[in-house]
Design a protein around this ligand. Structure first.
Ligand SMILES: CC(C)(COP(=O)(O)OP(=O)(O)OC[C@H]1O[C@@H](n2cnc3c(N)ncnc32)[C@H](O)[C@@H]1OP(=O)(O)O)[C@@H](O)C(=O)NCCC(=O)NCCS
Length: 268
């Protein structure tokens, strides 16, 4: 029988590292997340792009549930979000997310996170960011991980810096009708500062399939095999006729040094 996690494997994905556990957000967690979201920050400071965190206690359960139901409803390999409930020593502490568009082509996306106020300032924000970045780089092949925070959010910027992100410019942003400065940051895999505990991932193969990675690996393997059967891997020198397989549109994919090729062989 088909279940919610078999329809959307994100719901059964679990990433554990020491006291930190990231779990796909199932319906039974929505009420707990809504309760936690009632106290994230002072009302006169807005860390998010929209003021959802100022919802009233009456509205918050609906606001939270509709947001995650909406992400589930629109999940596809072309555009997906992986949001996780963060547990620290078994207690729900906040949410860590990652959103990507055209991931199969770009291998990039943006992280976002929050903690209930009583969990802030204890190193949990740094830990959960280091964990999700290691997951994205090691298990789903991310090549860049972007993030952004307002210039007046030093805790978020410190977490990014401590995870290895580098500055990537800034831009003006209309924050609730007033100008604010949004600082963009980006993490390259080689710069990742890893969490002190190793990761254990449950539910990875179906999740990879749900974002199109296994299909892509299979397609690349077929392409590489087709190329290997039809053409020797000789370099193409200027002035020479291009190899037949390259002329047929396999440009870039079949070169052994191409990162997509290397990634395909790693996951094959
Ligand atoms: C941003 C957030 C996720 C960070 O998580 P956290 O657990 O509080 O952060 P950590 O304890 O891991 O680390 C915070 C770092 O910021 C630093 N920091 C905190 N406030 C600071 C301030 N006012 N000035 C300078 N540095 C500050 C801390 O010193 C710490 O660095 P250190 O360990 O080197 O001392 C959390 O505070 C939060 O949820 N805030 C509200 C929502 C939010 O801002 N979300 C992010 C939107 S972009």
């Amino acid at each position: 029988m088909s279940t919610a996690p078999s329809a959307l494997p994100l719901l059964a994905l679990r990433i554990t590292a020491g006291p930190v556990e990231l779990r796909g957000i199932t319906d039974d967690l929505l009420g707990l997340i809504a309760d936690l979201a009632l106290d994230i920050h002072d009302p006169d400071f807005m860390p998010f792009f929209g003021p959802w965190s100022l919802s009233s206690p009456q509205d918050m359960p609906r606001v939270v549930a509709q947001y995650y139901w909406g992400l589930r409803a629109s999940f596809s390999p072309a555009k997906w979000s992986a949001d996780f409930a963060v547990f620290y020593e078994g207690e729900l502490a906040g949410v860590q997310g990652f959103a990507a568009t055209d991931y199969l082509i770009l291998r990039t996306g943006e992280t976002g996170s929050w903690l209930g106020r009583r969990f802030q300032g204890k190193g949990i924000g740094t830990a959960m960011r280091q964990v999700i970045c290691a997951f994205l780089i090691d298990h789903v092949g991310a090549r860049h991980i972007a993030s952004a925070a307002f210039a007046d959010n030093p805790a978020s910027l410190a977490v990014s810096r401590k995870t290895g992100y580098a500055d990537n410019g800034s831009e003006p942003f209309n924050r609730m009708g007033k100008p604010a400065t949004l600082r963009r940051i980006v993490l390259e895999p080689a710069s990742l500062v890893r969490y002190q505990h190793p990761l254990t991932v449950d539910g990875l193969p179906p999740f990879r399939k749900s974002i199109g990675l296994e299909e892509e690996t299979a397609r690349l393997s077929r392409t590489v095999r087709c190329f290997a059967l039809s053409e020797p891997l000789t370099p193409h020198l200027p002035g020479q006729a291009r190899p037949v397989a390259v002329e047929r549109g396999f440009r870039g994919i079949c070169r052994p040094a191409h990162p997509v090729f290397q990634r395909a062989s790693r996951f094959a």
